[in-house]
Design a protein around this ligand. Structure first.
Ligand code: NAD
Ligand code: WQD
Length: 343
């Protein structure tokens, strides 16, 4: 298939492009580089031996998107482009709604005008809010998201569902076909060490913070709370290797060929892992020490949050293969080979 990957220079987008190429798909990457580097493209070429056509464009720029869709036919768009920092979204809600919701509306409009109504959308486990049950299944009700970032994702899921329903009501012979992938906690990096996560400034998320402590850029990790009702008192999450996550998108592509409508899948391992387990595993597999202090809980954090990913196995034939050890190994391999990211 010929795929447009928005946000293709980003963390998950770049890994997905590698897997799409390995599976024999044609790929064009589109990104405005607001949170990524053009250098990613050279790294993808080194891994795959293929050069990826790149369009530097903003999804809010209708004219630019018109040019992209006029120049070739895409069978599907895998849509990663968006802003993703939870804390920043609280401070700059307008920017998040305009970029994520506004930008996606422009993208969807240009797509439908050009007869491309297949989309795989990067959603997040955050849409469950405080989930009805753990492990979280896709039939759990969506919850109240604690921040604008999560609300943009939840809104976009609803928008895609409404577009599909309207197509069916209107008897559209080619209705929208959307796969909504709710990611849990993506970490890790490509085993080559050539691509990985490169956050600007001080990282908000656990793994990039740990790798920056390990490489000496940050002094120590702040563990947010050790008094949760979890086996060791620290927060439990469902960390998933970004290469497994990327492969989930390749499997989801097949679903867009085989069926239409809106389908939702959790992409996680189904295994909860605590902050302390991550620290200890990172130290063990990499032979480095991670100094840490216990700080108060971070407001808004839940004690535990992990997926039931069995629907993705049943319907997509996908399951995560890599464990915490590989995640820690590959995150460190990326960070130590690229202490300043793509700089
Ligand atoms: P990322 O920031 O590395 O990648 C997103 C890419 O989109 C960046 O390269 C950025 O430059 C680009 N972008 C942003 N706004 C754009 C715009 N208006 N036009 C064109 N390009 C634009 O983030 P990521 O971790 O790779 O996440 C990819 C997607 O997955 C995002 O939509 C994110 O919300 C979602 N997601 C991420 C996580 C996570 O923890 N990383 C979890 C759940 C969902
Ligand atoms: C993981 C655990 C923290 C940092 C976020 C978003 C979510 C999704 C994935 C996009 C928690 C603890 C963290 C630190 C710590 N992103 N921690 N010290 O909060 O589960 O999910 O990223 O969609 O929407 O909310 O991930 O990596 O921030 O935290 O102790 O310096 O690590 O308390 O238990 P989170 P995280």
């Amino acid at each position: 298939m010929n795929i447009l990957v928005t946000g293709g220079a980003g963390f998950i987008g770049s890994h997905t492009i590698v897997e799409l190429i390995a599976a024999g798909h044609g790929v064009t990457a589109l990104d405005n580089l607001c949170n990524s580097s053009r250098k990613v493209l050279g790294r993808i070429e080194r891994i795959t031996g293929r050069s990826v056509p790149f369009r530097e464009a903003d999804i809010r720029d209708r004219e630019a998107l018109e040019k992209v869709f006029s120049s070739e036919h895409f069978d599907c768009c895998i849509h990663f482009a968006g802003l993703k920092a939870v804390g920043e979204s609280v401070k700059k809600p307008w920017e998040y709604y305009e970029n994520n919701v506004g930008g996606t509306l422009v993208l969807l409009d240009v797509m439908r005008r050009h007869g491309c109504k297949n989309i795989i959308f990067s959603s997040t486990a955050t849409v469950y809010g405080e989930p009805e049950k753990i492990p979280v299944t896709e039939d759990c009700r969506k919850g109240i998201c604690a921040h604008p970032y999560g609300r943009t994702k939840s809104m976009l899921e609803d928008i895609l569902s409404d577009l599909y329903r309207a197509d069916i009501e209107n008897g559209d012979p080619r209705p929208w076909n959307a796969v909504l992938l709710r990611y849990f906690n993506p970490i890790g990096a490509h085993p080559s060490g050539l691509i990985g996560e490169a956050p600007g400034g001080i990282p908000n998320n656990l793994m990039p913070y740990i790798t920056q402590v390990a490489v000496g850029k940050l002094e120590k990790l702040h563990v947010f709370g050790n008094d949760y009702d979890t086996p060791d008192g620290t927060g439990v999450r469902d960390y998933i290797h970004v290469v497994d996550l990327a492969k989930g998108h390749v499997k989801a592509l097949r679903a867009t060929e085989e069926r239409s409508g809106v389908s939702v899948y959790n992409l996680g391992t189904g295994r909860g892992c605590s902050v302390m387990e991550i620290i200890k595993t990172f130290e063990k597999v990499n032979g480095v020490s991670i100094p840490y202090v216990i700080d108060p809980r971070r407001p808004g954090d839940l004690a535990e949050y992990y997926s039931d990913p069995s629907k993705a196995l049943r319907e997509l034939g996908w399951r995560a293969e890599l464990g915490i050890e590989e995640m820690c190994r590959d995150s460190w391999n990326w960070q130590k080979n690229n202490p300043d990211g793509y700089e």
